[in-house]
Design a protein around this ligand. Sequence first.
Ligand SMILES: Nc1ncnc2c1ncn2[C@@H]1O[C@H](COP(=O)(O)OP(=O)(O)O)[C@@H](O)[C@H]1O
Ligand SMILES: [Mg+2]
Length: 304
Amino acid sequence: MGRSVTIPVCPLWIRGFVTAPITPIFLTAEKGISMNSVAVGTAVVELRNINKSFGAVQALRGVDLVLRHNEVLGLVGDNAAGKSTLMKVLSGAYIPEEGDIFIEGKKTHFASPMDARRQGIEMVYQDFALANNLDVAANVFLGREAVRTQLGPIAVMDNRRMEVEAQKLLNRLKIDISSVRLKVERLSGGQRQAVAIARATAFDAKVIIMDEPTAALSVAAIGKVLDLVRELKALGSSIIIISHRLEDIYRVSDRMIVLRHGLKVSDTPVEGDIHEFRERVVAYIVGARDDFGGRAAADKRQEA
Ligand SMILES: Nc1ncnc2c1ncn2[C@@H]1O[C@H](COP(=O)(O)OP(=O)(O)O)[C@@H](O)[C@H]1O
Ligand SMILES: [Mg+2]
């Protein structure tokens, strides 16, 4: 993707007189979202036999998951089924007791969210994790600000460049926000969600994970977030979306996984009529239907 030639000198924002050690800054914003050159259908992420406990609570029991290139994968299940935990394992926030993580076929290990992020795994958290008192551009670049000059502990931010890049990103994703200089506290819930998603996509992410991106949004705002998911897919991203709103999953996902009590109990393409889809999914969520041939079935046989 081409870079503009000059970076205008901007009002300087000097940071660091009082702040703690400057975070390492890697400026790769110009890459933005790239079309994946890898063939559709190959796995971008694979989780195998993931086990994770919190004290006596076994949050994940031998869960396998494959996300293919340019696929939207829905992840559903009742409260406490283990959805967020599984995605925190994939994004480096939790380290599983057992199980392997493969990124594009290569076995890997994440010791922190920074590790996962470096390998192109970005998570949009349920609470957005935005800084409300900063503007949209600053939020897009939070923690990886564009620096013009670094003199020891003093980093001089390239605000103009961050604004230009943030605006380009919003345009590319067709996000409707009048100015990137607006403070996040002045945005609607839907716009905040859009900024959180834009931020996750700004640095050439391979995989974007969204935990309940439509919870607590108005119907109109939900429609826009789902449009954004479609837009990201059209641009080549691979996405995992957690939602308790089954129609959201139905509208944007190619495939869907159901978790129940930390077990994967279904893994199927999203297809057919919405009513039939809902009925089938609910049956897996509540356990009325249990015909998945994996660990769940083995456990059931053991219990019998
Ligand atoms: N940090 C934690 N400490 C203790 N228990 C946790 C923690 N995170 C999740 N759990 C427990 O793990 C189980 C799965 O939780 P979670 O992954 O948040 O489910 P979901 O996102 O599907 O609602 C729940 O029983 C939850 O209470
Ligand atoms: Mg959750």
